[in-house]
Write a protein that binds this ligand. Structure first.
Ligand SMILES: N[C@@H](CCC(=O)N[C@@H](CS)C(=O)NCC(=O)O)C(=O)O
Length: 208
């Protein structure tokens, strides 16, 4: 049985919960209260090197980082979610957008809205006076704009006729855009892509 170290409000954990649901893979969830800093233990560090959720234990393997977990699950259980070689580079590029551009814009911006600036600054490891919310807003508009442009040309981020783990990676926080006070109607192709993902068999919404 797979064990997912999980938090219900985490967009990174949601990516993994959603993918497990889409591929019909059973798992048990282990709640880690990161907001109450219950992750800062040596025992959890042995599972997750940065003491962060999500982390997945699959047999004797511990895998941490939402993107590494998505790739592991696809390779092990659902290879149809991996793009074939001509589009493999695009798939990895969009996973990288999730791990870099989204993780440095929409993810922290949403955190400021959900827990407030002081708590967000603590979690991000900066003093509150250095929390650059306008910068996060600018970077969020840029990455959502790029996604919208891409999705006006292709149904799925890596191209092709079927979604890949790159779509699930980027969807994790795109699904939560309203919690960061983003007006999604400004990004019509991205809004339509969100609806396509919501129609996939097995789909579960954030928080489920
Ligand atoms: N690169 C990681 C980032 C994971 C991450 O930021 N996890 C947050 C919750 S969304 C966390 O565990 N924060 C608690 C902490 O850093 O102490 C991923 O994509 O999974």
């Amino acid at each position: 049985m797979l064990t997912l170290y999980d938090h219900p409000r985490s967009g990174n954990c949601y990516k993994v919960r959603l993918f497990l649901a889409l591929i019909g893979q059973d798992y048990q969830s282990c709640f880690v209260d990161v907001l109450a800093r219950k992750n800062q233990t040596e025992a959890f560090e042995r599972i997750s090197a940065f003491q962060q959720v999500p982390a997945l234990v699959d047999g004797g393997l511990s895998i941490w980082d939402s993107h590494a977990i998505l790739l592991h699950l696809a390779h092990q259980y659902a290879p149809q979610w991996l793009a074939p070689p001509p589009r493999l580079g695009a798939m990895h590029a969009w996973i990288s957008v999730s791990a870099n551009e989204i993780a440095n814009s929409l993810q922290p911006l949403r955190l400021t809205h959900v827990v407030g600036n002081a708590e967000a600054a603590h979690h991000l490891g900066v003093s509150e006076s250095l929390l650059d919310v306008p910068g996060m807003e600018r970077r969020t508009a840029r990455v959502l704009g790029r996604m919208d442009k891409r999705l006006a040309q292709t149904r799925w981020l890596a191209g092709g006729d079927v979604p890949t783990v790159a779509d699930i990676a980027c969807y994790g926080y795109a699904a939560l855009a309203e919690e960061a006070a983003i007006d999604i109607t400004a990004y019509p192709a991205l809004a339509a892509w969100r609806q396509r993902i919501q129609q996939l068999p097995g789909y579960v919404p954030p928080g489920s």
